[in-house]
Design a protein around this ligand. Sequence first.
Ligand SMILES: [Zn+2]
Length: 185
Amino acid sequence: MCCGNQREVNIFCPLDCQYLREARLHEKPPAIDPKGLPNSDIRIYEQFLRDHEELVLFCTFTLADAALRTPGVVDSDVLAALAALVRTYRTSESGLVYETRAEDRVAAAVQELFERSLADFQKTRQEKEGLSSFRNAEVLGVLVFLERSAITNQNGRPKGRAYIDFVRERLNISQEADTRTALVT
Ligand SMILES: [Zn+2]
């Protein structure tokens, strides 16, 4: 048996582990105080999410995919990557170009993969579809939405991957990427 009480505390067990799958069914997300959420000055309206469905979906998928491709990643790395991305976009909104890089190596790797995919996505939209790029403010709104979604769907365990798992299941992302992760760790 690969896990037990230490599951997602000290033990990094594969996402398809049957004990982990079973535990997910009974898992309750930690209580969150909405006022304690980061970037609470940015309000995200339902209408904004509906109008930006394509961007929301792209960013949600790409972030989870970046996480699954990064060896040793856990939800807190995804949150650190998101925090750095949000800070970068907030800075650019104020007219400065200054990139915040996540300090942690794993989080920085997720951030980098995400940024590269987003740049490609923007470029393809422009060049092949003749659409304008999403503005920084639009990307920022989506990132803040994702940050809240990650906070409310994590399980708070040190090596927890409940959020990554949640997105993977919702969007039906293949296990292939996670197999690579498991081989390295
Ligand atoms: Zn396990």
